[in-house]
Design a protein. Structure first.
Length: 119
């Protein structure tokens, strides 16, 4: 499918979940494991989430560009994480919804990836 459409669906699901379960979402990202050990099951869940982002942007990359696709998926996710973190903490202070910011991020980011692919 279309990367923008797919990313909008993922962003909508992400912001929707965070909006519906802010405390649970906060616990997931604020909890620190003893001695910094992250359980393998958690790592696998995060990798599956990032795999969804990678799949959404895959049409923007040529075969053999897996490392770039891997990297860009993480940049997008980290950006979304920042948006929802600021929103949920009430510290965005910019007067726009997390979804509006996500839509702008997605449109501009995909446009940049497309332009870079054409160069």
């Amino acid at each position: 499918g279309d990367p923008v459409e797919n990313l909008h669906r993922l962003a909508g699901a992400y912001t929707g979940y965070v909006g519906a379960h802010p405390r649970l979402w906060g616990v997931v990202f604020e909890h620190r494991m003893p001695q910094g050990e992250t359980p393998q099951w958690y790592i696998e869940k995060v990798q599956r989430l990032l795999g969804l982002v990678e799949a959404a942007i895959a049409p923007l990359f040529r075969p053999g560009d897996e490392a770039a696709r891997h990297h860009e998926a993480r940049v997008l996710w980290a950006s979304m994480h920042g948006i929802v973190t600021l929103d949920i903490a009430g510290k965005g202070g910019i007067g726009e919804s997390a979804q509006a910011l996500a839509n702008s991020l997605i449109g501009n980011y995909v446009a940049g990836l497309r332009a870079r692919g054409e160069a």
